[in-house]
Design a protein around this ligand. Structure first.
Ligand code: SF4
Ligand code: SF4
Length: 340
């Protein structure tokens, strides 16, 4: 497998070191300090960042040069044996999420919506928004991006090509379909950003859920009953890999009359939902992140907390609801604006 795509000369001449200076979880004395640590990572040496990193993916977005700082950081964590979570947890997750080989081939029709390893969420694909959709799901289709949180680039390299060939062999090729809607932007990030950086070929066109919904709303515009409510958006880590789609989400919110209230922890300053540190057994940090996010949402008077990531929603929904804010997925919010 090829090495992670990155150019050390670009970092060498980088004056801002945005990847680290904008990091919300690791602090630096100044830009020289940040650059020293970054160059250690680039050179394959140990840096304190490898231990302190929350694995929030944000440096992928912060780098103005597309030089894949986070993917390289994970590479170094794995090479140097710096595991962000206890080893038994990583091993248990590796077993739990491995391909099961239980799916069978089926004819599918457009739009094909990939629910990844979460078949329990297939009920989200319903109504006029997803009319005529074929849904595919299962461990054998798992996008495997979660291993970025566990210093397991090797698992991404081993399992993502398997998922791609399963999608092609069981569904797309024989059905003559060349596009696949990714319900979760983890999948979209895998088949675009990760695939490009890790040198993995993707023979189909991944469509982001926001892109699909935005276009579909143009056909359904006559049915929209505006939500007319202030909403807080909980931007997930995986959206850092496709930040261009955040503008499409704004278009969706505008079309359904949802007001995305500016708050401290949205857009580039989004804070982790707490799910990753919880999975890594860093409970105090997880609690702190949930509290900070909810306080921020309450301070701007949000009535809905909108999620795109089911994992963020599972992590925060109960506490969000207990604080008087309605937790909801983007697709369900759109369906409710369509009266469904
Ligand atoms: S990864 Fe990007 S932001 Fe960070 S030092 Fe390199 S070029 Fe600069
Ligand atoms: S992944 Fe997040 S926590 Fe880790 S270095 Fe990058 S910005 Fe900081």
């Amino acid at each position: 497998m090829p090495a992670i795509k990155f150019d050390p000369a670009i970092c060498q001449s980088c004056e801002t070191v945005d990847c680290l200076m904008k990091c919300q979880y690791v602090t630096f004395k100044n830009v020289t300090d940040a650059k020293t640590e970054k160059l250690k990572i680039n050179n394959g040496e140990r840096s304190r960042i490898l231990e302190e990193c929350l694995t929030c993916y944000a440096c992928q977005e912060y780098c103005p040069n597309g030089n894949n700082p986070f993917y390289l950081l994970v590479e170094r964590q794995e090479e140097l044996g710096v595991l962000p979570a206890p080893k038994p947890i990583v091993e248990e997750q590796l077993r739990m999420m491995q391909p099961k080989g239980k799916l069978t081939a089926a004819k599918v029709t457009s739009p094909v919506v990939n629910m990844c390893a979460f078949p329990m969420l297939t009920g989200c694909v319903r109504g006029s928004l997803f009319e005529g959709a074929s849904v595919i799901a299962g461990n054998d289709l798992f996008c495997n991006i979660m291993w970025l949180h566990f210093a397991k680039n090797s698992t991404i390299r081993e399992r993502v090509p398997h998922s791609i060939s399963t999608i092609m062999d069981l569904y797309l090729r024989d059905s003559g379909i060349h596009e696949m809607v990714c319900f979760h932007d983890e999948c979209y990030g895998t088949y675009t950003s990760v695939a490009d950086a890790y040198g993995i070929k993707v023979p189909f066109k991944p469509i982001h859920l926001f892109d699909y919904i935005n276009r579909r709303l143009d056909s359904l515009s006559a049915c929209i009953k505006p939500i007319n409510a202030p909403i807080a958006y909980q931007r997930p880590c995986s959206n850092r890999l496709c930040p261009e789609t955040d503008n499409i989400l704004d278009e969706i919110f505008n079309k359904i009359g949802a007001r995305r209230v500016p708050r401290k922890h949205d857009r580039e300053n989004a804070l982790c939902c707490g799910g990753v540190p919880r999975a890594q057994q860093r409970d105090e940090l997880a609690d702190e992140l949930v509290e900070k996010n909810i306080a921020d949402m309450k301070s701007v008077g949000a009535t809905y907390c909108v999620f795109n990531c089911p994992f963020c929603m599972a992590t925060m929904a109960q506490e969000v609801a207990e604080n008087g804010i309605m937790p909801i997925l983007v697709s369900d919010l759109v369906l409710s604006a369509l009266g469904e």
